[in-house]
Design a protein around this ligand. Structure first.
Ligand SMILES: *Cc1c(COP(=O)(O)O)cnc(C)c1O
Length: 392
């Protein structure tokens, strides 16, 4: 007999495959797909997300750190893989040996990569990132010619091959924002500088999910899709609903307790909610330590007993209280869905984000803690084809 988890995150890898396929259809066969699996696959599980993306035809995977790149390789993955965020003194040797593409923002970084490549006796696959206006990572425009020249020299010396030139957008979720045009122009200019210096990168790329969907001119050779691969809208209010992305993550729990409260009773810390009538409350055994936003206090909703139910009072570290209504027949052990696909009326991660004043990315990447993570495949044939529940 399997015992129910108090709380679990269910990840459907079939939804990830579906989304990656949809995104490939949207961008067309000329544009390569990179599925971004950083931050533990946006909270969905790095190994499961990576496998689902490859199964659905992602030529590339993307991660932030060297450690994430090593983790992808440790799953047995051998396809193209790019990482892009390091600090001075990091050890590039293992990822270079594992045929990972690394990113240089500066000559100093390029020099570290060259030194590591020599040590292990490989030609490093290096991509150069240019800052076209996000003012975050990447080479400033004024340093770009120097970086490009140094990279070309490193190629001539046999230490590296420059496989890509790329940049990142500041406002792709706002298609009419003037930064989009300006960054695209700056990127084209930077590509010309690289070309002029003799670089012939395999891939030139600029677009994340929102730009991949909303801005064909930003697609270049490859798009880097994170959030949309997990079925979440990268630009709520802007993304056409009919593109048919399916959220891959459902977060659910079992009620620990159900009990009546009377009109005038205060609920949870600080009594920030006082019952205005007699009602029934349910205790949900997860809280902000598990990534349930404390800002959801009194504003977010969950799905229980066939309808959306409001959170009452403060979300605590380990638990929170919901209002099941005066005539509730719910009992302890009943299921509560915090968020899911929305298909049954439950809130989505995007609904939670709207309620608490953040973006859906933050909801799914922070949920975790004491939730068990279970990976399922809704397309798998019966009989034990459900993929093993990798504990979160
Ligand atoms: C995280 C990230 C992405 C993916 O962005 P989404 O909006 O989730 O598609 C793409 N490129 C870079 C550089 C990133 O850091």
């Amino acid at each position: 007999m399997t015992r129910p988890s108090p709380a679990e995150i269910v990840v459907d890898v079939a939804a990830i495959r579906h989304n990656v396929r949809r995104l490939r259809e949207i961008v067309g066969p000329e544009v390569a797909m990179m599925t971004v699996v950083k931050a533990d696959g946006y909270g969905h599980g790095l190994a499961a997300a990576a496998q689902a993306a490859r199964d659905a035809g992602a030529t590339w995977l993307g991660v932030a750190t060297l450690e994430e790149a090593r983790t992808v390789r440790a799953t047995g993955d051998t396809g193209r893989l790019l990482c892009w965020l390091t600090v001075p003194g990091e050890d590039y040797r293992a990822v270079l040996e594992a045929d990972v593409d690394v990113t240089a923002y500066s000559v100093a970084e390029l020099d570290e990569i060259r030194a590591a490549a020599r040590e292990v006796g490989v030609r490093a696959r290096v991509q150069l990132k240019v800052d076209t206006g996000l003012s975050r990572g990447g080479s400033p425009a004024e340093d770009w010619p120097t970086l490009v020249a140094a990279a070309r020299q490193a190629e001539t010396d046999g230490d590296v091959v420059v496989t890509g030139v790329w940049s990142h957008l500041a406002a792709s979720d706002d298609p009419l924002h003037p930064a989009n045009d300006a960054q695209e122009k700056a990127f084209v200019a930077a590509l010309a500088v690289a070309e002029e210096a003799g670089l012939r990168p395999e891939v030139r790329h600029l677009a994340n999910s929102a730009a991949a969907i909303l801005r064909p001119s930003a697609r270049f050779d490859l798009v880097r899709c994170g959030i949309a691969s997990y079925g979440l809208d990268p630009a709520p209010g802007e993304t056409p609903a009919d593109i048919g992305l399916v959220p891959a993550m459902t977060a659910r729990a079992r009620l620990a307790l159900v009990k009546p409260v009377q009109a005038g009773d205060g609920v949870s810390y600080g009594h920030t909610w006082i019952a205005d009538r007699a009602t029934t409350v349910g205790l949900v055994p997860v809280g902000y330590a598990d990534g349930v936003p404390r800002h959801g206090s009194n504003v977010a909703e969950v799905y229980a007993e066939g309808a959306r139910r409001p959170i009452r009072g403060r979300v605590c570290m380990d638990q929170f209280v919901i209002d099941l209504g005066p005539s509730s027949a719910a009992g302890p052990g009943d299921e509560v869905v915090l968020f899911g696909t929305g298909a049954c009326g439950e809130p989505t991660a995007t609904d939670w984000a709207a309620a608490v004043g953040t973006i859906n990315y933050e909801i799914v990447t922070r949920i975790g803690g004491r939730f068990a993570r279970v990976t399922v495949d809704s397309e798998a044939v019966q009989d034990g084809d459900t993929e093993g529940g990798a504990g979160a």
